[in-house]
Design a protein around this ligand. Structure first.
Ligand code: SIN
Length: 489
């Protein structure tokens, strides 16, 4: 079945870039695969460096007028976009499942989650204001204003091909910035469908551009052009470091939402069944391909075996399969390279004497796509790659630590610091552990933390800046200080 056969509104299937309000075809093409069967579902034109430059020029021109549009009018246009996204949620979710494999129910959740950033930002954009200041200078007055930073380059990942665009673009547009978006080569279709809906919503030409094709060429323009004042990126820490270096040449602001290696701490007073449900929700969402996914389950020894048994009972029942099948719990990984990478981590753990409690093998041959079995490991050494690296697959391991000091040390023993989870019913432990661990977001008895109203982001090598809430809008503004002298004669 072709992509258009699956869509109610066939004009949401776009394979050209969207620049200055026009669909622009490119040279050659980048193939988009359905990871559930590895079949080519679309070929998207590559507009390369020239296309990126054209988009930056369009966004620079559009910024001159968009920044002057009142926040109330910008909110109206954003809410048009929000409504269109809701009206077309089924088709948008279909595109997500087709191009990256996500279970369709989760894909529908992503569309609604993504739209919530538009609704929140539309409102929050009306509340961008400055302050009056005291000054040491006689007869003067001081105040601050917040202004949009300018053209923003935005490089988005394949794991949330819809929501990671809206989480960046909605606050930026609400603040008065214009955007050039480079979606992941694996998932351009969701980005282009969002562009089509932005066009229908009345967002002016040049304000929202989507540029597809050669990633280094387009990324190079976004990070080096002096017309681009900020680069927002969600993706791996390795690429984030590279973009940061490139952005240094023009001292651009960077907002980086990078990798994670989330600890999931279960204390001996916790409700073990709830903790096990929490691990499943956190770990196996998007087949473990989220940067906030629980990687390391750290349990106190008294309850560790019970937790392993509760996890085994759940994980061994998870059904891997096509994201459109109604009984699928876990979809495919993004591609076969991801399957090989995850399998290598698990094989290394097995060779080093860890116990593979359940799973531990590729299902690619069995299921005919990029599938890996939901896997639980017990007894992996904390120095192994499966313990230290971001897994980005349906694999988690259980570790044991007794004292709060040892638990904190183990949780912090990583360069990452994005999300962490703690299960306990002891309020003292809640405070001591959440203050002791170095993470940007902490869920207590809660396996999911992201929301439009809350700050999303990490510390250490997990990133810089926050998305969501009032902080998400502020990221896209410059703070300007004004001093007026000679007020009193
Ligand atoms: C991510 O993995 O990049 C985002 C996850 C989320 O928003 O929950």
């Amino acid at each position: 079945m072709s992509v258009t056969d699956r869509l109610d509104d066939k004009s949401l299937f776009r394979t050209d870039s969207f620049i200055d309000g026009q669909w622009v075809s490119g040279e050659g093409g980048v193939e988009v695969l359905n990871p559930a069967n590895n079949a080519v579902i679309a070929t998207v034109g590559d507009v390369g460096e020239a296309g990126a430059r054209k988009a930056v020029a369009a966004a620079t021109r559009a910024f001159e007028s968009w920044k002057k549009v009142s926040p109330f009018e910008r909110a109206r246009l954003l809410m048009n976009w929000y409504k269109l996204i809701h009206e077309n949620a089924k088709d948008l979710a279909t595109l997500i499942t087709l191009e990256m494999g996500k279970v369709n129910k989760e894909a529908q959740g992503e569309v609604i989650y993504g739209a919530s950033f538009i609704e929140w930002s539309a409102e929050e954009g009306k509340r961008v204001h400055g302050e009056t200041l005291s000054t040491p200078f006689p007869g003067s007055r001081g105040w601050t204003i917040r202004q949009p930073i300018g053209v923003v380059g935005c490089i988005t990942p394949w794991n949330f091909p819809n929501a990671m665009i809206t989480r960046k673009c909605a606050p930026a547009l609400a603040a008065g910035c214009t955007m050039v978006i480079k979606p992941a080569p694996e998932t351009p279709l969701s980005a282009l469908a969002l562009a089509e809906l932005a066009r229908r919503a009345g967002i002016p030409d040049g304000v929202f551009n989507v540029v597809c094709g050669d990633a280094p060429a387009i990324g190079g323009v976004l990070t080096s052009s002096s017309d681009v004042r900020m680069v927002g990126f969600t993706g791996s820490t390795a690429v984030g470091k590279l973009l940061m270096k490139q952005a240094a040449s023009t001292v651009k602001r960077v907002a980086l939402e990078l990798g994670g290696n989330a600890p999931f701490i279960v204390m001996d007073d916790a409700d073990i069944e709830k903790a096990a449900d929490g691990v499943i929700a956190s770990k196996f969402r998007v087949s473990g391909q989220t940067c906030v996914s629980a990687n390391r389950i750290i349990a106190q020894p008294a309850i560790a075996d019970k937790l392993v048994a509760a996890l085994e009972a759940r994980i061994s029942k998870l059904k891997a399969g096509d994201g459109f099948a109604s009984d699928t719990d876990v979809g495919p990984l993004i591609h076969m390279t991801a399957v090989s990478r995850v399998d290598k981590l698990v094989s290394q753990a097995r060779e080093q004497g860890a116990r593979i409690v359940t799973g531990g093998k590729s299902l690619a041959d069995e299921l005919g796509g990029s599938f890996y079995a939901p896997t639980l490991i017990d007894g992996a050494d904390p120095s192994l790659d499966v313990s230290c690296s971001e897994i980005f697959g349906p694999v988690c391991s259980v570790y044991r630590a007794e004292s709060e000091a040892d638990i904190i040390k183990l949780a912090n023993d990583t360069p990452y610091g994005l999300a962490a989870y703690i299960y306990t019913n002891d309020v003292g432990r809640v405070h001591r552990l959440s203050e002791g661990i170095e993470y940007g977001m902490i869920g207590i008895n809660a396996p999911m933390v992201g929301a439009a109203s809350t700050p999303f982001g990490g510390v250490k090598e997990s990133g810089i800046g926050r998305e969501g809430g009032k902080w998400g809008v502020e990221e896209f503004t410059e703070l300007k200080y004004v001093l007026l002298g000679g007020v009193e004669g």
